[in-house]
Design a protein around this ligand. Structure first.
Ligand code: B16
Ligand code: MG
Length: 212
């Protein structure tokens, strides 16, 4: 086996929460009179909550104090969490679940490396609450992707060195973070176009070919 562990990004890799993020940011942007569309929403992929807010505020005709920014981010998050309650185990695709099971059966450790502070809530909604060996997420990092912190912590939690880990990501910032951590990176979806990844996956199950 080429690796001892695989660290998965959550949003856009294990499941899709893009639309819920979009709806919640859109509601906030509308209230503040800020133009916001799906193209701007794509720039938020893999980016932390506060950095996402800064991107949305690029089109704001005014200024918010730090306190108002925190309140705006909390407003978005409360709405986002309400929307996440619509998710069920049916939002986990059989292909993803079967591939995860097959990787585990090969003896690989499975971890999460996500920018989200809602990781545990999302995993519980889709029926993977206790599934992963270790979770590194927005609650244990101080620097957002493309900084490697989230993946370095993930590897440390798994008890592995960077060279023993493969990262799976859907965002360019996430691929950059994995490479900066000294790890190989498999890109899926949007991230395949950046041309930086060690592997480009056309389907999640392609991972099985990358690990040996
Ligand atoms: P939260 P990932 C990222 O998750 C999302 O892609 C990104 O859109 C979001 O802003 C970020 O999490 C923070 O999420 O507001 O839930 O803390 O792709 O790194 O799993
Ligand atoms: Mg992602």
């Amino acid at each position: 086996m080429k690796y001892k562990g695989v660290i998965f990004d959550l949003d856009g890799v294990i499941c899709s929460t893009d639309h819920y993020h979009y709806l919640a940011w859109k509601a906030l942007a509308d209230r503040l009179g800020i133009y916001f569309d799906e193209t701007i929403n794509n720039r938020l992929r893999g980016v932390s909550r506060m950095a996402s807010l800064e991107i949305i505020l690029e089109r704001y005709n005014g200024t918010l104090s730090e306190e108002e920014k925190l309140a705006a981010a909390e407003e978005k998050n409360n709405l986002y969490r309400e929307l996440l309650k619509e998710m069920t185990p049916a939002d986990l695709s059989p292909e993803v679940k079967n591939t995860l099971d097959a990787l585990r059966a090969k003896g690989l450790l499975l971890g999460i490396g996500s920018s989200s502070k809602n990781t545990k809530f999302i995993l519980s909604r889709i029926g993977l609450g206790d599934y992963f060996d270790k979770i590194s997420d927005g609650t244990n990092i101080t620097r957002s992707k493309p900084d490697p912190e989230v993946f370095l912590k993930g590897a440390e939690y798994l008890g592995l060195g960077p060279k023993d880990c493969l990262v799976v990501e859907d965002a360019k910032a996430g691929i950059e973070a994995a490479l900066a951590a000294g790890m190989d990176a498999a890109a899926i979806g949007d991230a395949t176009s950046c041309g930086l990844a060690t592997y480009n996956l056309s389907a999640f199950s392609d991972l099985l070919n990358c690990v040996e």
